[in-house]
Design a protein around this ligand. Structure first.
Ligand code: HQG
Length: 187
């Protein structure tokens, strides 16, 4: 399969539906590479170890993580199923960013950020990444998140294998619209 198609297939299986091909997943989201390849083939998707390694290495957002011994693979973040890929909470920087689309802004400023279809709210350490995330849904807008204050008040944060910051719902009082020069979300 082409790289992008393989990446999309892996995202679906590893984040949302391991049962769709009958592959076993442990409580931390890992599946056996050998079993994944075998079950994918049975489902009509040809993947081999080299292709898998290529997808892991070239993926623009480092969506997948291979275990140190190369025997297991998991999605770094973005899950909808209940797996613990994040380990222990860590202290976040004082400010993190969330990129969204202008059409969601009113609702977000009123209700706060919610995990929606995922296990966590996803936050970025920089505005450029946040802008790219927001662009997926329309005209992007960047929110500043007072992560340090949330953390000081007891809300846990985690960092995914690929650096993306994760937390639970973010109340509106921690959110501010990022004012940017040039209108492009660049710092
Ligand atoms: C919005 C991608 C209305 C939220 C990215 C977002 C990221 C609300 C959308 C990762 C809301 C959910 C995650 C509220 C949140 N009212 N809208 N109260 N609360 N929203 O895709 O953060 O390509 O589930 O702003 O790069 O956009 O999958 O989350 O627009 O890292 O690897 O609801 O997914 O990575 O959308 O993206 P998503 P996200 P991948």
């Amino acid at each position: 399969m082409p790289l992008t198609e393989t990446s999309k297939f892996l995202s679906y299986v590893l984040r949302h539906a391991p049962e769709s091909i009958g592959v076993a997943m442990d409580s931390e989201g890992w599946v056996s590479v050998d079993e994944l390849i075998e079950k994918a083939r049975a489902a009509g998707k040809r993947i081999d170890p080299d292709l898998l390694r290529q997808v892991v290495e070239t993926n623009d957002k480092k969506r997948f993580t291979l275990s140190e011994d190369g025997a297991s693979i998991r999605a770094a973040q973005g899950h909808s199923i209940e797996v613990d890929t994040v380990g222990e909470p860590v202290e976040p920087p004082a400010i993190l960013f969330h990129g969204t689309a202008t059409r969601f802004l009113q609702s977000i400023l009123k209700q706060g950020l919610k995990p929606m279809g995922r296990r966590h709210v996803h936050l970025s350490g920089d505005t450029e990444t946040a802008r790219r995330v927001g662009m997926r849904y329309g005209v992007p807008v960047i929110l500043r998140v007072e992560a340090g204050a949330m953390h000081a008040e007891g809300q846990p944060f985690w960092q995914a294998d690929n650096g993306v910051w994760l937390t639970g719902a973010v109340a509106p009082r921690y959110l501010d619209r990022e004012v940017v020069s040039g209108g492009e979300g660049q710092q």
